[in-house]
Design a protein around this ligand. Structure first.
Ligand SMILES: NC(=O)c1ccc[n+]([C@@H]2O[C@H](COP(=O)([O-])OP(=O)(O)OC[C@H]3O[C@@H](n4cnc5c(N)ncnc54)[C@H](O)[C@@H]3O)[C@@H](O)[C@H]2O)c1
Ligand SMILES: O=CCC[C@H](NC(=O)CCC(=O)O)C(=O)O
Length: 490
């Protein structure tokens, strides 16, 4: 019997499209299978969301929040099994996936606060009548998620969209369909009305059918810059549709003078290698002074990175890094390293594919100082950090800005003056000082400039793209003004 993996108008349905599967990248085990949604099923999901829209958007926000808070409660009750499923499907260690479920739960309270604060109702007195600023939902929105946080990042679009009164068609990453299915099962258990949240699974064809559909009012996307740009092109000529793009980065982390080498090494490792380097905020380029102190820092970093434990998500003791999402992703990182080496970069610690049947790779460090002119400005989405040795701080900042992206950036320095200079000149949406550049807060806006986003920051500011403002001047009765405009006689 075919698996029922799509949730359309409150019903779980089997797909009519091509066979799809999910593979545990740590154990090379296919543990989930189904068939993708056909274009006709995507159409049905959109139609269900359209039909559900008037009732959902007419409910009070408090009534919507009752269901949404029930979902948070269920996430809490199912935290252990949900974290285990994310670990199985992504390869991330259990300690990390527990924090992902925690972030999903935390998102509900934060999004409620953001809804009222950023899209609430404002009343202003007028000489005659009153002026109001209110907000309305866009309508039917599509949500696209990436594989690296298959629970947390789609949740960061879905929750604020539902609070604001939109209805949703969710298309998760085809690499993490099981987490998406479990998420939607919990929404169903929470009592989400039929058609308010729909799930369509599949690969690129399903995504294209959803993104291209004329009856969606918006699309909230987290994923690669390549896909985001395709969607941006597709949305050209549709100014009435809202498009929020959260994309990749080629993020710089600059070090100047630091007294505590061990602390600096810690922050570099947390920035470059957490989640096996599969976070959009991960440090990709590490700028270290070409000084004896810089040499000592590089040596300490190489030694500590060589000691990072890489292993199965459920190993005991737990590893710092689990597997990458797939064998293909692991091979892609080996190939990226090889092509940098061919350009003349020098590996300080080689990234290795530890078991070629799995996504397990060890972290790598490569010195690219001599190939800056030929190095491509690419996001290598894995545990490989590129070291650039510099002689002048201003040159380091200029090179840090020499990217088409602009998501996160950081400075490790004991000098406040250096930080002020860095902050003034660096171009990125997240700029940290003496803290890792991963681990952004949901209580702050989250987004980047350049090809990292389209100025629709997510997290705390997601409320902004989930509703449009309506300005009104209102008076209870039609009333003749005390003074008429010149030239007017009534
Ligand atoms: N800025 C952020 O908030 C953020 C967060 C996490 C990940 N990311 C980025 O996401 C990337 C990793 O995620 P990924 O590989 O899953 O991204 P991806 O772009 O491959 O996929 C994202 C989603 O788009 C769908 N998709 C792919 N091609 C499509 C097309 N042509 N038309 C319509 N839909 C399509 C996918 O099925 C998936 O649901 C990295 O680049 C990372 O930096 C960004
Ligand atoms: O991979 C990209 C996301 C990385 C993560 N960012 C967030 O969780 C932002 C906060 C939010 O969306 O609520 C990170 O910075 O580690």
């Amino acid at each position: 019997m075919q698996q029922t993996i799509h949730f359309i108008n409150g019903q779980w349905l089997a797909g009519e499209g091509a066979a799809i599967a999910s593979v545990d990248p740590t154990k090379n085990d296919t543990f989930w299978q189904g068939n993708a949604a056909s274009a006709a099923q995507v159409e049905k999901a959109i139609s269900a969301a359209r039909t559900a829209l008037p009732a959902w958007s007419a409910m009070s926000v408090e009534a919507r929040l009752t269901i949404i808070k029930k979902f948070a409660e269920l996430l809490g009750e199912h935290k252990t099994e949900f974290a285990a499923l994310i670990a199985q499907e992504t390869g991330k260690p259990l300690w990390e996936t527990a924090t992902e479920v925690g972030a999903m739960i935390g998102k509900i309270g934060i999004s409620e606060k953001a809804y009222y604060e950023r899209t609430g109702t404002v009343e202003n007195p007028m000489p005659v009548g009153k002026a109001f600023i209110r907000h309305k939902p866009h309508g039917v929105v599509a949500v696209f998620g990436p594989y690296n946080f298959p629970g947390h990042l789609p949740n960061g679009h879905i929750v604020p969209a539902l609070i604001a009164g939109n209805t949703v068609v969710f298309k998760p990453s085809d690499l993490t369909p099981a987490v998406a299915q479990k998420t939607v099962e919990l929404w169903q258990q929470a009592g989400i009305p039929d058609g308010v949240l729909n799930l369509v699974q599949g690969e690129v064809d399903t995504g294209k059918a959803l993104a291209a559909h004329p009856h969606i009012d918006g699309l909230f996307f987290t994923g690669s810059s390549r896909t985001g740009k395709l969607l941006h092109e597709q949305f050209a000529g549709h100014p009435g549709k809202i498009l929020a793009l959260e994309m990749g980065g080629n993020n710089p982390l600059v070090v100047t003078d630091v007294a505590d080498t061990k602390a600096a090494v810690h922050d570099i490792i947390q920035s470059a290698f957490v989640t096996s380097g599969q976070r959009c905020t991960c440090a990709r380029r590490l700028f270290i002074p070409a000084t004896p102190a810089g040499d000592a820092l590089v040596d300490a970093l190489v030694a500590a990175t060589a000691n990072i434990s890489v292993g199965h998500y459920d190993a005991d003791p737990q590893p710092f890094m689990g597997a990458m999402i797939s064998v293909a992703a692991a091979k892609g990182m080996v190939a990226a390293q090889q092509s940098l080496q061919q350009l003349g970069a020098k590996s300080l610690l080689e990234l290795k594919h530890l078991d070629t049947n799995t996504g397990l790779v060890s972290p790598g460090i490569i010195d690219v100082t001599d190939i800056l002119d030929s190095m491509p400005d690419e996001e290598h989405f894995g545990p490989l950090v590129k070291v650039i040795r510099y002689t002048s701080f201003d040159e380091a900042i200029a090179e840090a800005n020499n990217t088409r992206f602009g998501l996160s950036a950081g400075l490790l320095s004991d000098s406040e003056a250096d930080y002020q200079h860095f902050f003034s000149h660096i171009r990125a949406g997240i700029v940290n000082w003496n803290r890792p550049i991963t681990g952004a807060s949901s209580a702050a806006p989250f987004g980047g400039i350049g090809e990292s986003g389209n100025h629709r920051a997510s997290a705390y500011y997601a409320a902004d793209y989930c509703a449009y403002p309506v300005a009104s001047v209102e008076l209870e009765q039609v009333t003749l003004p005390g003074t008429l405009s010149p030239g007017l006689k009534l």
